[in-house]
Design a protein. Structure first.
Length: 406
């Protein structure tokens, strides 16, 4: 019993490609905000599987949707239409105001489809020269070759060349810089409305609106990567709703399927016409199982009471973090939108975010990092007031422990 985590991890090291460095415990089951490891120890999950489990673990409505569809039909390929895909597309377009949906299996694929449709749209409308894509330093857009090139972290691209060409990188939230980069060859601007992996930096409404205006002025498309910020995470179904503008294309994934792999690209009726039969596709994308689960997830998350909870629990979490930061002289800044929260370590604790996450597990608390200096929290969107307080208590124990063993 006692060594189950360690034994499993030893096997992992023998059989898995070593591209991950998993934590020292192995989760086995989950319910709501709690996870249990192979030895039965419990953890309060403030990471949500990287902002994926928006309804916590084993939500009864999502489990019921999965079971019902699992007993009916899983997959037929896109040679056939399916009712779950139609219903999910109706739900997402109805809630967002976009006209059309394309389904795939991950965030990378949703961004890939967004960039491909932007390139092809400009090719069809304006010719082959209008192909430049502008993204931002420190941004993250996925791990396929196109999306990792669109991302603003050069370390993730190293050694994988030749890379897709005609990509430039601007400074996030810097209107002047973006203005210099956009020109008649710009095909698309791609941005996260909250730069998540890059350290939890929300876009200012002015910056998002300027990106919109510059894209319009130069006949370029504005792509929002809402893979992490979307599906209720920031307190509205999509984050752009809070920024006083509407992008042309939105990429969604992560919380969309509550942990079942599914991604979506949403766009306008006009841009959607770019993808005619044969131009793009996916074998699994839009499969019945994923769509049924995503529909149940989105219905639950889009409820006004869920979104209201995101905002109040987010505020509560930030307030608690500010207090802890003051008491232990720990944080330089708390940044957040809804329940996507980043606590940046102060000067004296630079580079130690991972230490807090590791010790958190010993105390029964799961957290995320966003780079070496930021603790990130992306818990279930239906986390309760007392669960947030429990998380803050566990974090305080974690902080005490880390600070007493420097
Ligand atoms: C996670 C993430 C992706 C990539 O999603 P995958 O499902 O891992 O391919 C892309 N963009 C953003 C903003 C993300 O947070």
């Amino acid at each position: 019993m006692a060594k189950k985590n360690q034994t499993a991890l030893e096997h992992y090291q023998q059989v898995m490609v070593p591209n991950y460095a998993p934590m020292h415990i192995v989760p086995e089951s989950g319910e709501g905000i709690w996870l249990s490891d192979l030895e039965g120890k419990k953890y309060l999950d403030m990471g949500g599987g990287i902002a994926v489990t928006g309804l916590g673990h084993s939500h009864p409505k999502v489990v019921a949707a999965l079971k019902a569809q699992a007993e009916k039909l899983w997959h037929v390929s896109n040679y056939y239409a399916s009712v779950p895909a139609i219903e999910l597309a109706e739900l997402l377009t109805g809630l967002s105001g976009f006209d059309r949906a394309f389904f795939c299996n991950s965030g990378s694929e949703a961004v890939e489809a967004s960039l491909k449709i932007a390139r092809r749209y400009c090719f069809d409308q304006y010719g082959p020269e209008k192909n430049e894509i502008i993204s931002f330093h420190k941004s993250f857009h996925g791990r396929s070759l196109f999306t990792v090139t669109a991302g603003g972290q050069s370390a993730y691209r190293k050694g994988f060349g030749p890379l897709p060409a005609q990509m430039t990188y601007g400074h996030y939230n810097d209107i002047e810089d973006l203005t210099k980069l956009v020109n008649q060859h710009t095909c698309a601007i791609i941005m996260e409305p909250v730069m998540a992996e890059g350290g939890v930096y929300p876009a200012s409404p002015e910056f998002a609106q300027a990106a919109r205006a510059l894209a319009d002025e130069h006949k370029a498309l504005l792509v929002f990567d809402e893979v992490q910020s979307g599906i209720g995470r920031t307190g509205s179904l999509f984050c752009y709703e809070q920024l006083g503008m509407v992008p042309d294309i939105v990429a969604s994934a992560k919380a969309l399927g509550s942990g079942f792999p599914i991604g979506a690209m949403l766009t306008t009726g006009k841009i959607a016409q770019t993808f005619q039969p044969g131009t793009h596709g996916s074998t699994f994308g839009g499969n019945l199982l994923g769509c049924a689960v995503a529909k149940a997830s989105v219905e639950e998350i889009a409820k006004p009471e869920t979104l209201a909870n995101v905002n109040s629990r987010g505020a509560q979490l930030c307030e608690g973090l500010r207090k802890l930061g003051k008491t232990y002289d720990l944080f330089a800044e708390i940044r957040s939108t809804g329940l996507l929260v980043g606590a940046e370590l102060s000067e004296a604790h630079q580079g130690k975010a991972k230490d807090f996450v590791t010790e958190g597990l010993n105390q029964g608390l799961m957290m995320l990092v966003a780079g070496p200096n930021v603790l990130r929290f992306a818990p279930s969107l239906i986390i309760t007031e007392s669960e947030v307080n429990q998380a803050l208590d566990l974090l305080e124990l974690t902080i005490k422990s880390v600070l007493s063993n420097p």
